[in-house]
Design a protein around this ligand. Structure first.
Ligand code: SGN
Ligand code: CA
Length: 534
């Protein structure tokens, strides 16, 4: 991965020269303002694999996230926020371009390299006079373009003493925990590096809460006295859902969730599929970090190998450890978001800054027995989205319209006063932030996942969702349709496709699918199994 990036490093002059290919349609002096004073700044914080179940303004069962909740309390919470393709690289490409994967070219993490010379919102904003910066995870294989300043982690990044790729092309190792370091870089840019006479758009993109959920040593002891309730469908047997039955993301499976890599039960005598990867990650720690890590884990490891759990007991033990590790990583993320909010507040920037918090997709916290994402089922199709609104935007509470990550680019462009380019497929969220309820707001969402065969073995699929129903087609080496009534079956346990009495709704959803595939111009369309016409 790192080597791959190295090969793609461009001279800085080429990166800068790339900026001239876009026509700047806007002038920052014309940017829309709420109070006639200054154009709005944007702080766009994105995490990796942070699901709404682990954010207390969405779900109070598991943890508290006071700083993330503050963003929602001082602004809005989107209750129907979704991605277009539930995977890191594809999500990032969608949000940068405002286009679905088949249009931006980055359909999956394993085979794609993002063409970073294509139009993106940072590039348009830069041309419009904004200072643009990105710190943290990028995950698009090519190097960032359209930013005045960036510093990224190679690939997935490292939690401890991570590598950073600098704009010069050098890779450096920095001491510390990644979530803190990304925040440090971001605050340093705000305070010392940016041109304070210009509006800014800052992207703070964390690796947290990505696998393998390695907590900061300061947070290791949190949640250890908690026992989390198992989701009702933890022991799902996937009747009527063949693609769901064939994934490899089951918490209970020794192959899928690795006892050493994922759950940190290191044992020199035991060989597991991902042991070497764990040794690499732990090998990055300095002696002080390693001593704290071992002091915490060793007693748990000792008890685990003594108890020799099997079957359901083992599966549930794995679930508890997974939940604890994940939530510890959320804690440090929340703290670091708090640091950013404090900085903005102390420096009088909150009044004219839109603060956005989201994730590259949702995640399973044991629902259907799973971790990971990829499926168009609700937990991973959804992504948290909250925004702290600047002065003059009085909208508070919930926004219930269905929004998608292709909408971020047109939203930011509207803020920058850039006319929406015709090829952007997303819709600006600004009317919703102004308190409007456009009657013609999108009634249907389109989704397409491509990464198969690959890790976790989730079959390729596309589908549509409206406010009540979801239709999915799994294709490639499988041909299965699924239809869910989200009102009667919110956890998507009952595939009603093909059942008597569903003919009319199937026809209507199939028509919505056909229309979405035509409107978004997706070239991968299989034959519709029933006649679809208006
Ligand atoms: C890594 C993980 C997977 C994960 C993908 C994609 N494996 O490959 O569990 O699904 O990233 O995640 S690991 O052994 O390397 O941890 S994504 O969020 O970047 O799309
Ligand atoms: Ca992710």
């Amino acid at each position: 991965m790192n080597g791959n990036l190295k090969n793609l490093i461009l001279p800085v002059t080429a990166i800068v020269a790339g900026g001239s290919v876009f026509t700047a349609k806007a002038d920052v002096s014309k940017a829309k303002t709420t109070d006639g004073r200054k154009p709005l700044n944007i702080v766009y914080i994105m995490t990796d694999d942070h699901t709404a179940q682990a954010m207390s303004c969405y779900d109070k069962r598991y943890t508290v996230t006071p700083n993330l909740d503050r963003i929602a309390a001082e602004g809005v919470r989107f209750t129907n926020s979704f991605v277009a393709n539930s995977l890191s690289g594809p999500s990032r490409a969608c949000m940068l371009t405002g286009k679905h994967s088949h249009k931006n070219g980055f359909t999956d993490n394993t085979t794609c390299v993002f063409d970073a010379s294509q139009p993106t919102f940072p590039r348009y904003m830069q041309n419009a006079g904004y200072q643009t910066a990105l710190f943290g995870k990028w995950h698009l294989e090519s190097l960032p373009q359209g930013f005045d300043r960036w510093e990224i982690v190679p690939g997935q990044g490292d939690y401890y003493n991570p590598r950073f790729i600098k704009m010069t092309g050098d890779t450096v190792v920095e001491e510390g925990y990644l979530t803190h370091l990304i925040t440090d870089h971001s605050l340093n840019w705000l305070e010392n590096e940016r041109d304070k006479s210009k509006p800014f758009c800052l992207l703070i993109h964390h690796k947290a809460i990505h696998r393998n959920w390695m907590a900061d040593t300061a947070d290791l002891r949190l949640f250890e006295d908690k026992t989390f309730p198992l989701p009702d469908n933890f022991y799902d047997t996937y009747e009527g859902r063949d693609a769901a039955a064939q994934q490899e993301m089951s918490i209970g499976s020794a192959h899928d969730m690795d006892i050493i890599y994922d759950l940190k039960m290191y044992n020199p005598e035991l060989e597991t599929r991902l042991k070497a990867q764990y040794e690499d990650f732990v090998g990055r720690m300095n002696p002080e970090q390693k001593a704290k890590w071992d002091a915490f884990y060793n007693p748990i490891i000792k008890k685990f190998y003594k108890d020799k759990l099997t079957g359901k007991e083992l599966a549930e033990w794995k679930f508890q450890r997974y939940m604890r590790d994940y939530l510890k990583v959320v804690k440090s993320l929340d703290d670091n978001v708090g640091r950013v909010l404090d900085y903005l507040e102390k420096n009088d920037l909150l009044d004219n800054t839109l603060v956005v918090y989201t994730s590259d997709q949702g995640f399973y916290m044991g629902e259907h027995g799973w971790f990971d994402k990829r499926f168009m089922y609700e937990e991973s199709f959804r992504t948290p989205l909250v925004m702290r609104l600047p002065k003059g935007y009085d909208r508070r509470g919930d926004i219930t319209e269905m929004v998608q990550n292709i909408d971020y680019a047109p939203t930011f462009l509207e803020i920058a006063g850039v006319e929406k380019p015709a090829d952007i497929q997303g819709i600006s969220l600004m009317p919703l932030l102004r308190g409007e309820h456009p009657a013609d707001w999108r009634p249907v969402l389109y989704y397409h996942f491509y990464e198969y065969p690959a890790e976790h073995m989730v079959k390729r699929h596309y589908g549509v969702r409206d406010n009540r129903y979801k239709l999915i087609h799994f294709y490639n080496d499988i041909d299965r349709w699924e239809l869910f009534d989200l009102e009667k079956d919110p956890t998507e346990m009952h595939n009603i496709y093909g059942q008597p009495g569903t003919e009319e709704i199937t026809r209507s959803m199939m028509l919505k699918l056909k229309k979405a595939q035509e409107d978004y111009d997706d070239p991968i369309r299989y034959a519709y199994p029933i006649k679809v016409s208006e």
